[in-house]
Ligand binder design. Structure first.
Ligand code: CTP
Length: 398
């Protein structure tokens, strides 16, 4: 997967540094070459010897290391890799990067580089949530730096929350995504996924049974073919994929705003199970039981996101793909839906409970385009996604 790729891995100071040793192994298993850099505080957590032994190459530690300067120089070191990965990325390193400091080897490499940078932050939850770190995060994102994690969980310091470094396999997936070199490289594709939640009051909502599995699989497959994926997801059961830009939303109206904000795009895949209706006047206070009888909910129609995008006069993505969840007369209903909405393709599936598709791991779809209906055999949602990504790549190339 990463054969021939060269990763410059900067190991910062944090208890999570031990996971970076595992990351080195995993990267090598995938065929990558790793040049390790250990910060001063990183060396408090893992030894230079274990890092260089695993990487099978000397570890760089000092900015003014004369041998290294003579052999290579830190500028060249910063540019010789395909990707710079910082794991763990401490609050201090993020602050230095956001400010442009270059007072040690790691910060100098990060300032001097012209290669993409991926950070795997790891720190105490309060440090992560501190406005200063969040400000630095936004600055770095604006500068084009990518992030994987941090995850939520219990931490070595005894607290609970976001701040745990992503697991080696997640970092590996994010690295693979950054370096993906497929037919969709340079294409921006937005994917909607998951259910939407339509509030009744501050504590109750109307939702549907979509797990978000198919949308997430499509995003992964597009990412693996090199696309820049904007993944706009309602509150789904499945975790959003690594290596894509995740935009979390709750309601259909929020999803529509996020889609508009993410345009322009080369293609849009609308896999979300958007609620067709919302409660017309959601209460801003919790509804109470009353002697006057049961509450009556009035509904209003939600914006049809797929239809709106399909029928855009300006800035319509070159390829618009919808999904159709049907329980009967699948081909007829989906064909009519494609026409009504104006999208290019509809991926239709039968979601009647007996099929076990909604919330399950498999899907049986029919691809409807202007060439007619093409039935795909029942297969895993991942496989459906890969097949669809192949088709999308072919369509965008043609
Ligand atoms: N969709 C959307 N916005 C909505 C409703 C649906 O973008 N408000 C998209 C879905 O993401 C999907 C497609 O439209 O790609 C079809 O969704 P589906 O629920 O099957 O169709 P509906 O428009 O709800 O039609 P119907 O209720 O008649 O089945």
């Amino acid at each position: 997967m990463l054969a021939g790729k060269h990763i410059l891995l900067i190991i910062g100071g944090g208890i999570a540094a031990y996971k970076s040793l595992e990351l080195i192994r995993r990267l090598q298993d995938q065929g990558a070459r790793v040049t390790p850099v250990l910060t001063k505080s990183g060396a408090e957590f893992v030894t230079p010897l274990s890092v260089s032994a695993l990487a099978a190459t000397p570890v760089h530690q000092e900015l003014f290391d004369l041998t290294a300067e003579a052999e290579m120089g830190h500028i060249q070191l910063s540019r010789s890799a395909d990707l710079l990965v910082v794991a763990p990325a401490t609050a201090d390193l993020m602050a230095k990067m956001a400010q442009g400091f270059a007072n040690d080897l790691a910060s100098t490499l990060l300032l001097a580089t012209d290669t993409p940078v991926l950070l795997a932050p790891a720190m105490n939850v309060r440090m992560w949530e501190h406005p200063a770190t969040q400000r630095n995060l936004e600055t770095l994102k604006d500068d084009g730096v990518s992030f994987v994690g941090p995850n939520e969980g219990s931490m070595a310091c005894g607290e609970f929350g976001p701040g745990r470094m992503a697991e080696p396999e997640e970092i590996l997936a994010a690295i693979a995504a950054k370096l993906a070199d497929g037919p969709l490289k340079g294409k921006r594709i937005l994917v909607t996924s998951g259910p939407t939640h339509e509030p009744i009051d501050p504590v109750r909502y109307i939702a549907n049974r979509s797990s978000g599995a198919q949308g997430a699989a499509v995003a992964c497959a597009l990412r693996d073919q090199g696309a820049d994926v904007v993944f706009i997801t309602g509150p789904a059961e499945v975790r959003p994929p690594e290596g894509v830009q995740v935009v979390p939303v709750e309601s259909a109206r929020e999803m529509e705003a996020a889609v508009q904000a993410a345009l322009p795009a080369d293609a849009g895949v609308f896999a979300a199970a958007v609620a067709d209706w919302r409660v017309a006047s959601a209460s801003d206070r919790k509804l109470k039981k009353s002697k006057d009888g049961l509450p009556v909910l009035e509904f209003a129609e939600n914006p049809d996101i797929l239809k709106t995008v399909s029928q855009m006069k300006n800035g319509r993505p070159g390829l618009v793909v919808g999904f159709a969840a049907e329980t009967n007369d699948v081909v007829e209903n989906a064909t009519a839906k494609r026409k009504r909405k104006g999208c290019d393709w509809i991926v239709a599936n039968d979601v009647s409970p007996a099929t076990g598709i909604m919330g399950g791991s498999e899907n049986a779809v029919i691809l409807i385009s202007d060439e007619g209906a093409e039935e795909w055999p029942r297969m895993g949602k991942d496989e459906v996604a890969r097949k669809l990504a192949d088709r999308i790549a072919a369509a965008l190339a043609g």
